[in-house]
Ligand binder design. Structure first.
Ligand SMILES: Cc1cc2nc3c(=O)[nH]c(=O)nc-3n(C[C@H](O)[C@H](O)[C@H](O)COP(=O)(O)O)c2cc1C
Length: 417
């Protein structure tokens, strides 16, 4: 019977443990978590979502304060088109986060950055260009392009000196999305170095409509694998979404996957960015506590715990401080939903907006508890403590469990002294 450690992910001459910890914004996949994956010989992700905010929290910068000062006059205005990001600040925040993480890297593994195209930041091309190129400047090992089709992203890096040596990959949820990407980037003569195929059981935003339950990762993987074989394209395929045990991972590795990308099990570890009391919410969740809903203003369905404080919260849009989801014309679906609610209840002191949520503010404050489908199994991966709470794990424990476990077994942590 095989375990994950019987396989290796080959990138050129480099051999890695075929376990990738997926990007989890906003700073849920922290530098500390990514560094553990790299130390243990796999791949970890940091996230490029809302880096100016993350930098303020981690590196004592003041990007948000400065932005708010500049745009405070606009807070009561529903037209947010004037609220722009300072490209210098984005670059500085990216340089700090990527640079410091890469400096701290030890071991044989790699660190990638997860880049969400859907963070349109009221100037999609300009801001994305700075984010991608600065991450390369600051020495990131690779970039995973996610959430959005990224049809123009390779071109934004085309003349960067590291364009051909950094590992650049894409997340897709269908063969069609992959074909579109390959067609669009064909003239650059640069294929992606890896393709993450993310199925419908993943956490975060889903690349499916609300009929996600009709789809299945094994089937999509097989379709894409066949296509690459037919086209004689030798690109590592990485399976993601609902891979909960080492044996689940082996079932993909034996069927053409070069690695697996996992995330949900790493939401129950000390190194992840979630506050401890939120981790407890994840671990104690039951299957009924989890839903896929449409409250994200991005337009993509998102999976989350039903008791997330973000759901139904009617806070004023936080665009003057954040504004990461403003499209190229300064619109966000939350602003529209909020304004409709205010117009319906003009005298109310507090309103509730069910349709959409202010995702920037709530992700920043860890109030949107996005999670994978199998979050309800987290309680089987740890011990219940005498006070009723659950023991939080170490990233190393979970990583090694994926790497060495067989027969659908999950290793419990050592008992706390
Ligand atoms: C809490 C959480 C946040 C996530 N955030 C992101 C994100 O910001 N960008 C992204 O591309 N994927 C995100 N994902 C998806 C993961 O990177 C990963 O591909 C997927 O969840 C793997 O499935 P699993 O969670 O069942 O292991 C997130 C997943 C979780 C659980």
């Amino acid at each position: 019977m095989k375990c994950v450690d019987d396989f290796r992910l080959q990138f050129g001459k480099q051999e890695l443990v075929p376990i990738i910890i997926g990007g989890m914004g906003v700073d849920i996949s922290t530098a500390e978590l990514a560094l553990e994956a790299a130390r243990l010989g796999g791949i970890g992700h940091i996230s490029d979502a809302m880096l100016p905010t993350v930098s303020d929290r981690r590196y004592e910068t003041h990007f948000i304060k400065e932005k708010l000062k500049q745009y405070k006059y606009n807070i009561d205005n529903s037209d947010k088109s004037a609220v722009k990001f300072d490209l210098g600040h984005i670059a500085e925040a990216t340089r700090l986060h990527v640079g410091k993480t890469m400096e701290a890297k030890r071991g044989e593994g790699m660190i990638f950055i997860n880049c969400m195209e859907k963070l349109t930041m009221n100037a999609p091309r300009e801001t994305l260009r700075v984010r991608l190129r600065t991450a390369l400047d600051a020495g990131i090992d690779g970039i995973t392009l996610s959430a959005g089709l990224h049809l123009g992203s390779f071109a934004l890096m085309e003349d960067h000196p590291r364009f051909r040596d950094a590992r650049l990959g894409i997340i897709v949820s269908s063969l069609r999305a992959l074909q579109l990407f390959l067609r669009k980037t064909a003239k650059l003569n640069r294929l992606p170095d890896f393709i993450v195929v993310e199925g419908p059981l993943a956490g975060g935003h889903l690349g499916f409509d609300m009929d996600w339950a009709k789809y299945d990762l094994h089937t999509i993987m097989a379709e894409i694998y066949m296509y690459l074989q037919t086209e004689k394209l030798n690109i590592p395929l990485i399976a993601a979404g609902g891979i909960f045990t080492g044996s689940d991972a082996v079932s993909f590795l034996e069927n053409g996957a070069a690695a697996v990308q996992v995330a949900t099990r790493f939401t129950a570890v000390h190194e992840c960015g979630l506050p401890e009391k939120v981790i407890q919410e994840y671990i104690k969740a039951t299957e009924e506590d989890i839903e896929v809903n449409t409250v994200s203003p991005t337009g993509y369905p998102m999976r989350m715990l039903k008791n997330s404080p973000a759901i139904g919260s009617g806070i004023r849009p936080g665009c003057e401080s954040y504004g990461y989801l403003l499209d190229g014309s300064g619109n966000c679906a939350y602003i529209e939903a909020y304004n409709r609610e205010v117009a319906t209840h003009p005298k109310a002191k507090k309103i509730s907006v069910m349709e959409k949520t202010c995702l920037c503010t709530h992700m920043r404050n860890f109030n949107c508890w996005t999670c994978g489908h199998y979050t309800y199994r987290l309680k089987d991966t740890t011990r219940r403590l005498p006070d009723g709470s659950y023991q939080i794990l170490s990233a190393e424990h979970v990583f090694r469990d994926y790497q060495f476990s067989i027969d659908q077994k999950i290793a419990l942590p050592d008992e706390k002294p």
